[in-house]
Ligand binder design. Structure first.
Ligand code: GDP
Ligand code: MG
Length: 181
């Protein structure tokens, strides 16, 4: 079987850990001082259920409530990983604005999304509950996961791989393909 080409955008407010999650997934390490302003595309090949995927991850520079999303984000992107930090109420508010803008721009009522509450290692500073994240994702018919890009344990790395695997499965579903859960 030929590999499937998939392009995924990672979006969210600044400093929520978009680059850290991308680099943790692609390179398996936590990089503490990553230039926050640049947009970068990472490539990775991954295999699920015997199907190979050539993944392009667009690690965006971040959005705020005033950002106008580039039109390319609606054209050749198959799915969106929307990230907030569980320590930042503002990032949680902004992720809702970004989702609204994505629907507006694509003209769709549903786009494949995985909602990620990052920095779950900072539980002392938590302000967004797991229930709030889950409820928001439910309202979008999206999948919700919490993660930490900083923790380097195997379970945490698996959790980050899960984000991108789940994203690929959500894209398959949106394409009308049945997916083995
Ligand atoms: P981006 O602007 O969304 O790409 O965010 P970065 O990936 O550049 O991360 C912003 C800051 O948050 C950096 O100082 C990271 O080291 C830190 N950071 C990212 N993810 C985590 C996490 O899961 N836990 C903790 N404690 N810090 C994180
Ligand atoms: Mg970044």
């Amino acid at each position: 079987m030929l590999p499937k080409q998939r392009k995924i955008a990672i979006m969210g407010y600044r400093s929520v850990g978009k680059s850290s999650l991308s680099i943790q997934f692609v390179e398996g390490q936590f990089v503490d001082s990553y230039d926050p302003t640049i947009e970068n595309t990472f490539v990775k090949t991954t295999k699920i259920n015997n199907q190979e995927y050539d993944l392009k991850l667009v690690d965006t520079a971040g959005q705020d409530e005033y950002s106008i999303l580039p039109i390319q984000y609606s054209m050749d992107i198959h799915g969106y990983v929307l990230v907030y930090s569980i320590t930042s109420p503002k990032s949680f508010k902004i992720i809702q604005i970004i989702h609204d803008k994505l629907l507006d721009m694509t003209g769709k009522i549903h786009v494949p999304v995985v909602l990620v509450g990052n920095k779950k290692d900072l539980h002392m500073d938590r302000v967004v509950t797991q229930e709030e994240g889950q409820k928001l994702a439910d309202s979008w018919k999206a999948v919700f996961l919490e993660a930490s890009a900083k923790q380097n344990e195997i379970t945490s790395k698996k959790c980050i791989a899960d984000i991108f695997h789940t994203m690929l499965m959500e894209i398959e579903k949106a394409n009308g393909n049945t997916v083995r859960e």
